[in-house]
Design a binder for this molecule. Structure first.
Ligand code: NAD
Length: 338
C-alpha cells in the first residue's frame, strides 16, 4: 500500500475526512447552536480519529480536532481572553476506561489518588464568571478555551447568578466556572413557542441554552429561564485561602451565594464511583436539567495541581458518558404536533 512518511495513504485520507467532518460539526454545534449530526455519531468520529492518531502519531498536529476545545467564537460578541484556559473533559464510556483513568492518576502521582468527588455532568454550556471584590464584572463562554464570547449583559439577566457575592471574606478576584442550562420543561416550552411562531426548534436542551444565552439582545435571554450550576474555580486570589478540596470549594461558593449542586458525593473507591454512576443511570431523568453522564474529579486540589492538564483536558477529572439518547421523544412530539 502507498505510504507518505510511513503513514498509509488510506489512513491519511480517512483522518483528513474525519477532521473535516468534525470541524464542520463543531461549527454547527458551538457557533450556530444547530447541530446536524447526533452526539453519538460525532463521538464515534472522534473515537476513530483518536485511534488513527494512536496508530500513527505523526497525524497528531495542533490543529487536529482531538487537540482542541470547542470551536472559534462567533463575530457577534466581543472576544474576551480568559484569565486561565477553560478546558474540556476526557471521556470514559465504560468501567475499564474509568479504571484506566484511575490507574494513570495513581501511577503519575505515585500514591492513592482518593478521595474522588462524583457529580452530575450537566448537558449545558460552559461559562466563566469573574467577580472582582465580590462584584460580577465579566462573563464569557468557553469559546476555544483561550478566548470566549463576552456575554456579561446576558448573564446578568440570569436569576440565580448573583451580581454581588455574600460574606466578608470573598476573594478579591474570583473566576467561577459552571454550566448554564435550561430545564427540560423550559426547553419543551421554548420549542413549542418557537414552532408556534414558525421558527425552527432547538435540537436538545444544551443547544437551546447556548442559543438562548448567545442572543444579541439580552432582553430575549432574560425571557428564557436559564440557570447556572457552578462546578469549578479558575482563579481565586485574596486573603482567604483556596480550600484544600473540590468539595470544600463548593461549600465556600455556596456561602458566597453561588448556585452549587447538592447532588455530589465524595467517595474513596472505584467501586463506590461505579455505584454513583449506576445510580444516576437509573435516575437519569429525575433532575430538572438533562445530564449526559457523571464527572469524577480528584477531590484534593493539591493532587489536581500535580496532575495538571493535557492540551485540552485536565488529567485529574474524567467524564463518564452515558450512551446518547438518539431520539428525543419530547422534541419529536412537538414536531409531530405541528
Ligand atoms: P464535554 O461536553 O464532553 O465535557 C466538557 C464540559 O463538560 C466542560 O466544558 C463543562 O462545561 C461541562 N460540564 C458539565 N458538568 C460538569 C461538571 N459537573 N464538572 C465539570 N464540567 C462539567 O466536552 P465538550 O468539549 O464541551 O463537548 C464535546 C461533546 O459535545 C461531544 O462529546 C459531543 O457529545 C458534543 N458535540 C456534538 C456535536 C454534534 O454535531 N452533535 C458537535 C460537537 C460536540
Amino acid at each position: 500500500t502507498a505510504e507518505v512518511e510511513g503513514v498509509p495513504v488510506s489512513a491519511l485520507d480517512r483522518h483528513a475526512e474525519l477532521a473535516e467532518l468534525a470541524e464542520e460539526a463543531n461549527w454547527r454545534y458551538y457557533v450556530l447552536d444547530a447541530p446536524t449530526v447526533s452526539d453519538g455519531e460525532y463521538d464515534s468520529w472522534m473515537r476513530e480519529l483518536r485511534e488513527l492518531e494512536e496508530a500513527h502519531p505523526s497525524l497528531v498536529t495542533p490543529d487536529s480536532p482531538t487537540q482542541k476545545v470547542g470551536a472559534p467564537i462567533s463575530t457577534d460578541f466581543t472576544p474576551v481572553r480568559h484569565l486561565r484556559r477553560l478546558e474540556s473533559l476526557d471521556n470514559a464510556f465504560n468501567d475499564a476506561d474509568l479504571a484506566a483513568w484511575q490507574a494513570r492518576a495513581e501511577r503519575l502521582l505515585e500514591r492513592d489518588p482518593a478521595p474522588y468527588l462524583c457529580e452530575l455532568k450537566i448537558d449545558g454550556l460552559a461559562i466563566a464568571v469573574v467577580y472582582e471584590k465580590g462584584r460580577l464584572v465579566r462573563a464569557a463562554t468557553r469559546g476555544d478555551g483561550r478566548v470566549g464570547d463576552d456575554v456579561t449583559a446576558n448573564v446578568r439577566t440570569i436569576a440565580n447568578i448573583p451580581h454581588r457575592l455574600h460574606g466578608d471574606d470573598v476573594p478579591d478576584l474570583l473566576e467561577v466556572r459552571g454550566e448554564i442550562y435550561l430545564t427540560v420543561d423550559g426547553f419543551v416550552k421554548l420549542n413549542e413557542q418557537l414552532v408556534a411562531a414558525g421558527k425552527p426548534p432547538f435540537a436538545n436542551p444544551r443547544n437551546s441554552a447556548a442559543g438562548s444565552l448567545r442572543q444579541k439582545d439580552p432582553r430575549i435571554t432574560a425571557q428564557r429561564d436559564l440557570k447556572m450550576i457552578a462546578h469549578g474555580v479558575g482563579v481565586w486570589e485574596g486573603s482567604a485561602p483556596l480550600p484544600a478540596t473540590q468539595s470544600g470549594v463548593y461549600e465556600r461558593l455556596r456561602d458566597f451565594g453561588l448556585p452549587v449542586s447538592p447532588l455530589y458525593k465524595v467517595v474513596d473507591t472505584l467501586t463506590a464511583i461505579e455505584e454513583f454512576i449506576e445510580n444516576y443511570r437509573q435516575h437519569r431523568h429525575d433532575t430538572e436539567y438533562e445530564i449526559d453522564g457523571v464527572v469524577v474529579k480528584l477531590d484534593r486540589i493539591e493532587l489536581q495541581r500535580q496532575l495538571g492538564s493535557t492540551s485540552r483536558a485536565p488529567r485529574w477529572a474524567i467524564a463518564f458518558k452515558y450512551p446518547p439518547e438518539e431520539v428525543n421523544t419530547k422534541l419529536l412530539d412537538i414536531q409531530v404536533g405541528v
